[in-house]
Design a binder for this molecule. Structure first.
Ligand code: ZN
Length: 272
């Protein structure tokens, strides 16, 4: 069976074997019970930022399972049609717990292609592997992808750190890069509760060397969260969790119902 991954130690081709992967030089990587593989080199495993912790991942899973972000997921899948060719290879860089990866993988399988997702968080990779049994899931940094040069047709970065240079390295010339960022008023009602003077996210159009900007797709949706658990789940999957003063967090804990606007921007780039 094909793999999108290469050996994180020597960069050589990896081969799938029962229970894991092995390269020609004998470096081997076991599949975890949940179905993901840890391709983070040993010297990077003890980083000060091991990615999202279990509580954050659980909050995100709970929230995303509510289906509130389905319009974004649908739009991402539709945009993959822009990448021509048969049997496309898709990489979800910073796949989290696999909510988007699972649907993107489905879109690839329909075209005879395949999908892989990587995330720095082991807790996230565990969930992603369960959610996406047909995709390859690895623990890895997006800044050092365990993926050969020019091997990917479609790369998706959904609310994850941007590693433009590394993304360019792994994409084929003409490959599609979908970069999802929050719109100006993303989660505005949540911020109004958390902050005395909330500010809008700035919108910027940045050119990345080696990419041609191909368009911007706005996605907007609004929904009503009922119950403190769903509201707290949303709060705990945002960066506001770390940035909010106690008073703001307390105000939010008292809310039992909340109308929320979600605003996304999907930037489309073509790898030159
Ligand atoms: Zn190797």
């Amino acid at each position: 069976m094909n793999t999108l991954f290469c050996c994180p130690v020597c960069g050589g081709r990896l081969f799938r074997e029962t229970g894991g992967y092995r390269c020609g030089k004998g470096h081997s990587f076991d599949l975890a019970r949940e179905g993901y593989v840890n391709l983070l080199p040993a010297n990077r495993r003890h980083s000060a930022f091991p990615g999202d912790d279990r509580e954050m991942v659980a909050a995100r899973t709970r929230f995303l399972d509510g289906g509130w972000y389905e319009p974004l997921r649908k739009c991402l899948c539709a945009l993959t049609d822009e990448a021509p060719g048969e049997a496309p290879a898709l990489l979800d860089a910073g796949c989290g717990e696999g909510y988007y990866t699972s649907a993107l993988c489905g879109a690839m399988l329909k075209r005879g292609g395949h999908a892989a997702g990587v995330d720095l968080s082991k807790a996230a990779a565990k969930r992603a592997a369960k959610r996406c049994p047909n995709a390859e899931i690895a623990v890895s940094s997006v800044y050092h992808l365990p993926v050969p040069d020019e091997s990917i047709d479609i790369l998706v970065d959904c609310f994850s750190p941007l590693a433009a240079e590394e993304f360019r390295r792994v994409l084929k010339p003409g490959g599609l890069f979908l970069y999802v960022v929050p719109g100006p008023k993303h989660l505005w009602e949540l911020k109004e509760v958390l902050y005395d003077a909330p500010y809008e996210n700035t919108e910027k159009q940045v050119d990345y060397p080696g990419f041609r900007f191909a368009g911007l797709e706005p996605v907007e949706t609004a929904f009503t969260l009922r119950g403190t658990e769903d509201i707290q789940a949303l709060f705990h999957m945002t960066p506001y969790t770390w940035k909010t003063a106690r008073e703001g967090a307390e105000r939010l804990r008292e809310r039992e119902e909340m109308r929320v606007t979600a605003q996304f921007r999907i930037h489309r780039f073509i790898r030159i």
